[in-house]
Design a protein around this ligand. Structure first.
Ligand code: PHE
Ligand code: ZN
Length: 880
């Protein structure tokens, strides 16, 4: 927090650094009450920079103990120290700047910089946390080699780690010891890491294609030693996959993953010293769901992949964040697709995009994949930068083809190894290898908002010609009222009575006799354009946006019969899943208007069609599940305003009908799919469990017998996935006593397991039966809760605000107040978490009822004294 209003920073103001730092020596003296950081920066004034330009270093919450240049104390006339900076003038062209600072890791609750988590010393520097450790040009385009000396108590901190290679260790006086680490790869300060504490190791090894033997070390608390195998296995598979798919080899002799309990995000890619939230690395059947296992696999891969896409080649400035994040998310998505089911991964990513990213892109914090300005960069670690950014990279691959895309990636890494570059540099490499001009395509980086494709068709029976007219439009967003067309790869097919039809576009010379002649990628890049398909035997149903080929909304007036045809017969799993979603959405909309509406017979036929087909069971499960309340709200707000209570009732009612009508089907699905082997997070088992559990959930909805079945299933479970599905079903459908019984049992079983307790809190936060608000307030006082631990806050408070719409939007505004209070308390304690938690309140414009009360809560927050820049930015942009 600082005086005056936080400032906006603009991409257009970018200037290259006036000074570089080629080498950085750090000496840490870690103590219980404070720590000392001695730094020696080998600086040089950049060419062409005038001699009177001072060296400006970032620094926050640091006590200056000593300041010298080339061994000479700097006179007070030559430096200026403020809350955010240290400015020194009269410097030589190059030299060594020495500083000493005192810091207080044990009282650092922001979890940024050097802090303590359950006694462990650890760091988090991305994006701008290094400045809380020492004075430094804390920007990603200043890259330096590091040598780091750590001194600490040998008993308390047997492990002393930093980036790179261990060069030396020794005993010191008074029970202390020392380790010296050197990282030969120049890196920006945000990739610096230090860990010191009492940890146990799990070790393995990996030999790279080039023959380098790499030690792989996962460090955890002793109690968690048995939960590392899945992460280790994921790491080895990631390393091999990146060699094979992207030609990327690891570049040091050691790679560490450290698990910490208190962590603002999922994990961090610090060079050779990845630091992970325990929830993203530790796995055991009792405390981790199937989704959790998959998440660990993808996050371990993600952080590992950053070693090239992020570390070897990094970002010039934080506006380019998606350069590393979008690309790396794309890479981890491909990895997950290769490890498991490609269709499933695509469906689930599309679901996230449409449910959460589209909402962000239509809300007050909407921003382009490459933002043009920000107040607080921590607010821009978003679904837009990550997931939409990955979709943009995927579209490049679609436009270029896999082969050219790979050549473009190779060129990018080769050209920019060791540099800090921009999204334009990435595109340039893709253009250079393919000879394609991506100028228009680049609008995806600069325009916010989700493009909307409006598609209409006509049919010429006589000539057998089918015409699609495709129009696009991107809604205005803050600061961007006029939008231009973007380049949209629209993958599609044409479905006939007996299956997909051969596609021939008007003007195409002869038949393309590839086996893939039922699939096309149309390029929609104009306000309106038409595509004529010829030589068709019948009027087709268009299968649009196959594989979710672009992050856009599609509006085509499908009849229910057409949707049924797609569900039953299209070749593309995304299209089939999407068609089923649309059928359910339309049934739900009808129920919202007319609660007595009977079950749509077409929907019934579709359910039967899905159940009787041989499909990936996990995709089948996603097809049979009702669209989430969050997705339905997003759709409704896009069309007007959302009525969360109406959505909830309609959804409950459709669930009941489906449960009852298909009672026998659910029962036989459930019986037929029970996994009998011991738990393993294999694709096969995960798929069976997913489908069986959808069936169980419907059975519990159908009648008391189903609830009893769910209760038995809870007690019989040998894994967290089944146990939670059963618990949720009983809480929703059973009596209050039955629910309490299971919650109490769960607590008794797992109260010693922090990660299982996160789920215990989450399930209760999301439970909309009874008075959720009193329950959440009571849980905030429960020993299982910890108001300083981000995982606990996310589970309980985030779970309530994001996953319990009917109670969050209670008419009296008590839900908004609860969230407001927590955000207010967190504003000083942990601004990053505070501003993230705020997101549900910022969507006040989406709701007819309640919108005013939400706005009032935001208004109250905006008037608080000393708002952190994080909260200030979100509150003010959403009130604007
Ligand atoms: N860079 C991390 C990742 O994407 C995320 C992160 C950002 C972690 C900021 C901590 C702080 O993997
Ligand atoms: Zn990342």
């Amino acid at each position: 927090m600082r005086d005056g209003q936080p400032k906006t920073i603009f991409l257009s103001d970018y200037q290259a650094p006036a000074f570089t730092v080629s080498h950085t020596e750090l000496h840490f003296e870690l103590f219980d009450k404070h720590s000392l950081v001695h730094a020696r920066l080998h600086f040089r004034r950049a060419d062409g920079v005038s001699e009177d330009t001072p060296l400006q270093l970032n620094g926050q919450e640091l006590e200056l103990l000593a300041l010298a240049v080339d061994g000479q104390k700097v006179a007070s006339a030559h430096y200026e120290l403020s809350d955010d900076f240290l400015r020194i003038d009269g410097l030589p062209q190059s030299g060594v700047l020495e500083t000493s600072a005192r810091i207080y890791p044990q009282s650092n609750t922001s979890l940024e910089g050097l802090y303590r988590s359950r006694g462990l010393f650890c760091t988090q520097c991305e994006a701008e946390g290094f400045r809380k450790i020492t004075w430094f040009p804390d920007r990603p385009d200043v890259m330096s080699t590091y040598s780091v000396t750590i001194d600490a108590d040998a008993g308390q901190c047997p492990e002393l780690l930093s980036n790179g290679n261990l060069m030396h260790s020794e005993e010191l006086a008074e029970g202390r010891h020392r380790a010296v680490w050197e990282d030969p790869h120049p890196k920006p300060s945000y990739l610096f890491a230090l860990v010191a504490g009492d940890l146990q190791r799990v070790e393995d090894s990996f030999t790279t294609v080039g023959g380098r033997d790499v030690r792989l070390i996962i460090l955890v608390e002793e109690k968690d030693l048995d939960k590392c195998a899945h992460a280790m296995d994921s790491l080895k598979r990631s390393m091999r996959w990146d060699e094979e798919r992207f030609g990327r080899e690891y570049d040091l002799d050691v790679f560490h993953i450290v698990a910490v309990d208190d962590f603002n995000m999922g994990a961090m890619e610090n060079k050779s010293l990845n630091i992970f939230n325990t929830s993203c690395v530790l796995a055991a059947p009792d405390t981790t769901t199937d989704l959790g296992y998959q998440r660990i696999e993808s996050i371990v891969a993600h952080e590992y992949f950053h070693n090239w896409s992020g570390n070897r080649v990094t970002c010039r400035d934080w506006f380019q964040l998606s350069l590393k994040e979008g690309f790396t998310v794309f890479r981890d998505a491909e990895f997950s697709a290769d490890m498991g089911s490609r269709s499933l991964k695509r469906v689930e990513d599309a679901m996230t995009m449409r449910t959460l990213q589209f909402a962000e892109d239509a809300g007050p914090m909407a921003h382009p994949v490459r933002p043009a300005s920000f107040i607080e960069i921590s607010n821009f670690y978003t679904l837009t930068v990550y997931e939409k950014g990955a979709e943009v990279v995927r579209m490049i691959q679609t436009l270029l083809g896999e082969e050219d895309f790979r050549r473009g990636s190779d060129l990018y890494f080769e050209r920019h190894d060791g540099q800090a570059v921009t999204c334009d540099d990435f595109i340039a490499a893709m253009e250079d290898v393919s000879g394609k001009d991506l100028t228009d395509f680049k609008r995806w980086y600069s325009q916010a908002g989700t493009p909307e494709l409006s598609i209409r068709d006509s049919w010429d029976e006589e000539q057998g010609i089918y015409t699609l007219t495709v129009s696009q439009q991107t809604p205005a967003s803050l600061g961007q009222s006029e939008k231009s067309p973007v380049v949209i790869p629209l993958a599609m097919g044409l479905l006939g009575e007996a299956g997909n039809l051969r596609i021939k576009l008007d003007g195409e010379m002869t038949d393309i006799e590839s086996e893939d002649n039922t699939h096309r990628i149309l390029i929609a890049d104009k306000p309106t354009q038409t595509f004529r398909f010829t030589e068709l035997p019948e009027r087709p149903t268009p299968a649009l946006l196959r594989g979710f080929s672009a992050p856009v909304r599609v509006d085509y007036p499908y009849s229910r019969e057409q949707l049924l045809a797609l569900v039953s017969r299209d070749d593309d799993d995304f299209v089939r899943w999407d068609a089923m979603q649309q059928l359910m959405v339309s049934a739900l909309q009808e129920l919202q208007e007319n609660p007595e509406a009977a079950l749509d017979p077409i929907l019934e036929t579709a359910v039967n069609a899905i159940c009787s087909q041989i499909l990936d069971p996990a995709v089948q499960a996603d097809m049979l599940r009702l669209p989430s309340e969050t997705y339905l709200s997003e759709l409704a707000s896009h069309a007007g305003k959302a009525d969360v209570h109406g959505i909830f009732r309609a959804r409950e009612s459709l669930r009941k009908s489906l449960a009852k009508v298909f009672r026998e089907r659910w029962a036989s699905l459930f019986e037929g799919l029970r996994v009998t082997e011991p738990y393993a997070p294999t694709g096969e088992q995960i798929g069976s469990r997913a489908l069986a559990n959808v069936a169980l959930d419907y059975l519990a909805t159908a009648d008391d017998q189903g609830v009893a079945l769910a209760r038995d299933y809870y007690f019989a479970a040998d894994n967290l996935t089944n146990r939670l599905v059963a618990l949720r079903a009983v809480l929703r459908e059973g009596s209050a006593e039955r629910g309490e019984e299971l919650l109490e049992d769960f607590y008794q079983r797992f109260c010693g397991e922090a990660l299982a307790m996160n789920h215990w809190l989450l399930v209760q936060a999301e439970n909309s039966v009874g008075d959720s608000i009193s329950r959440v307030r009571a849980l905030m006082q429960h020993p299982a809760y910890d108001s300083r631990n981000p995982n606990k806050i996310r589970s309980l408070i985030g779970g309530f605000a994001n996953g319990n719409a009917v109670q969050f939007h209670r008419e009296d505004g008590a839900g908004y107040q609860l969230l407001g209070e927590v955000v207010e308390a967190l504003n000083a304690q942990n601004p990053q978490i505070a501003s993230r938690l705020l997101a549900p309140l910022t969507r006040w414009k989406n709701y007819a009822a309640g919108g005013d009360l939400m706005r009032a809560e935001l208004q109250r927050l905006s008037e608080l004294p000393s708002l952190s820049p994080d909260v200030y930015e979100v509150v003010n942009k959403s009130l604007a």
